[in-house]
Structures are given as C-alpha cells and as structure tokens.
Design a protein around this ligand. Structure first.
Ligand code: TXA
Ligand code: MG
Length: 316
C-alpha cells in the first residue's frame, strides 16, 4: 500500500529528491520522476519492469518550459499546442541535450505533453523541472485510471500517489510526430483524429498507431489483461466458446441475457465508454473466468482509440 493523498508539497519534496510519485492526468495515471535526473528516471524503468528501449513522455505546464528542453517547435506543432494544450495530446519534438537518452531511448525526439488535470497542473507549475511519466502500470498491462488501480499493482514500490479521482478521458494521449512539416499519428488516443485533422488536414497513421502487431518494436500484448481477450461478434463467440467460462464486454446494453455481462456505456456514448474501458477490463480480468469476449465500438471519435486498445489487448 502506498500513501495516497492530495498533498502537492509532499509530492514536490519526493520528486525533488529523486523519488517517484504517481500523478493523475485526464488520460490515465502516470508514474512520474524528474526528467532531468537520470537516476530518478531509471527508477521508472525498474519499477514498471519496462524495457529501456521504450521511451517516456515528458510533462510540463507551459510552452516556455517546453522551449527549455526542445530545439524547435514546428509551425504545425505550435498550432496543435495552441488549440489542444493543456490536454490529451503528446507531440514528438527535437530534443535538447538536457533531456537524457534514457528518457528518449536514444531517439533525437522527445515526447512532450502539457496535461490539464488541475492537481497535476499545479504540481508542474511549482516544479523547476519537467516530469517523465509513463502510465503507472507494470509494463504491458492495462493503464490505471484510478489511484486504486495504481496502488493495486505498484503500491509497494512507490512512496506517494496523488489522488486526482477517476481519469475523465480514460485512454492515453494521442501521439503526433512531424515529418517534412506533416503530422504523423504514432498512437491513437484521447484527442480524436477528427479534431486533429481540423487543424492539420488529413494525417498519416503510422502502421503501429492502429496496432498492426507485426510492426517492429510493438509488443503484441500491450494494454493487455492477463486473461485471453477475444474480439468479435459476441453471440458468435459465445456460441463458439460455450464450454468455457466467459465474461462479456459489450459496447452498449445489448445481449444482457448472458452471465458476467458488462457494457462500456448503457446509452452508447463513446466518451463514457472510453472512461470505463480500462476499469472494466481490470474488473473482468479479476473474475473467475477463462476468457473475455469483447466487441468493437463505432470507429469514430474516441471509438478509434477504444478499438485500438481492444485490438492490442486481444493480440497476445
Ligand atoms: O496519456 C498518456 O500519454 C500517459 C500519461 C501519463 O501522460 N502516458 C503514457 O505513457 O501513456 P506510456 O509510456 O505508457 O506511453 C508512451 C508512448 C510509448 O508507447 C512510447 O513508445 C511513445 O510514447 N514514445 C515516447 N517517446 C517517443 C518518441 N520520441 N518517439 C516515438 N514514440 C515515443
Ligand atoms: Mg503505458
């Protein structure tokens, strides 16, 4: 069990001395360390059991501070930042040497985000260094959307969890890089493609941004529960696996004659579905069942990110 509370000053003390603190963001909870302190950043990798070839996102609270650790911000990135920061958007920018190779896994770009959760925003305002923070879960498992999720899996290993309530978006940030002045989506997420394309025009999706499991560097079992998850038509799959103990994860309240039946949003609201996705997956993962049967949601708005996470959870 970790200490859980809303004491920003205590969080600041721990982070300043090189310790880890779990922080709430509007997407998911992050496991934070001083991004300029390599020893502190090392603790992130060991605590999550995360391979050091998987780079971290660096969080701060102003464009001025971002300019302190990136070489340049392309015009398109500035437009996106002006529109969507603070928010669920991460931009890949050329790093300055103050950002260690440990944070970026040797890449010459650093992933940067200004989150909008009020508690974390005020913490960041009080720090004179940015926070490197991946999602606060053991590597490969489902991201945490509550302090309880963090405590359940990493509570023994971290000093403090800042309590910020349930994440209001519920899926990780959308990650955008820039190639020849064009925006490229590296990961679908909490900022919808439709919103982004209003600024950028039509964008390119990197193959692994929509979970092509054969893309190099992408681990199949990302965002995955421990139980096998199968994605498809619920009635067909229930018939196919009728001799096994199943839990069902539907989009809306349909098929509710089945046992262990859960849904993401009673009314079919994609925003609510995203908020519930990771909590539901954790709940189902802890049931005495053999398999989780899930269906895709409508593929627009946050639905694209939800389908992406479901596909990744299914590809083990
Ligand atoms: O919403 C979020 O993004 C949350 C909150 C805590 O900010 N963070 C999060 O971090 O999801 P993480 O570490 O679980 O995922 C970060 C992803 C990784 O897949 C990593 O490969 C990618 O960002 N990434 C980081 N730096 C990168 C870079 N320079 N180029 C390409 N991808 C990068
Ligand atoms: Mg993660």
């Amino acid at each position: 069990m970790a200490l859980i509370g809303t004491d920003i000053n205590f969080a600041k003390v721990l982070l300043t001395q090189g310790d880890l603190v779990a922080i709430p963001t509007e997407t998911v909870y992050g496991l934070a360390a001083n991004a300029f302190d390599s020893e502190a950043v090392t603790k992130i990798y060991t605590t999550k059991e995360r391979p050091t070839f998987d780079p971290l996102i660096v969080h701060t609270d102003s464009l001025d501070k971002v300019r302190g650790f990136v070489e340049e911000i392309p015009a398109l990135a500035l437009q996106l930042a002006a529109k969507f920061w603070p928010g669920p958007l991460t931009l890949l920018l050329k790093k300055k040497s103050v950002v260690s190779d440990l944070v970026t896994a040797g890449l010459d770009t650093v992933a940067v985000r200004i989150p909008r959760h009020p508690l974390t925003k005020s913490l960041l305002q009080q720090l004179d260094f940015p926070l490197a923070a991946p999602s606060a879960n053991p590597f490969g498992y489902i991201s945490p959307t509550t302090s309880q999720h963090v405590d359940d899996q990493l509570g023994d290993k971290i000093g403090y969890i800042l309590e910020g309530g349930a994440a209001d978006i519920g899926v990780e940030s959308t990650i955008i890089g820039f190639e020849d002045d064009q925006a490229v989506i590296h990961r679908l997420g909490g900022m919808s493609l439709e919103e982004i394309e209003k600024i950028t025009g039509s964008v390119k999706l990197l193959p692994h941004s929509s979970s092509n499991p054969t893309a190099p560097g992408m681990l199949h079992s990302h965002y995955a529960p421990t139980k096998t998850l199968i994605l498809g038509d619920i009635p067909t799959l229930v018939e196919k696996y009728k001799n096994e103990k199943l839990a069902i994860l539907a989009f809306q309240e349909t098929h509710n004659n089945l046992e262990h039946y859960h849904y993401l949003s009673q009314t079919g609201d994609l925003i609510e579905a995203a908020q519930n996705l990771f909590s539901k997956l954790r709940t189902l993962d802890n049931l005495p069942i053999d398999k989780i049967i899930a269906e895709r949601v409508p593929d627009h708005g946050l639905g694209k990110a939800i389908n992406d996470r479901l596909k990744r959870a299914a590809s083990k």
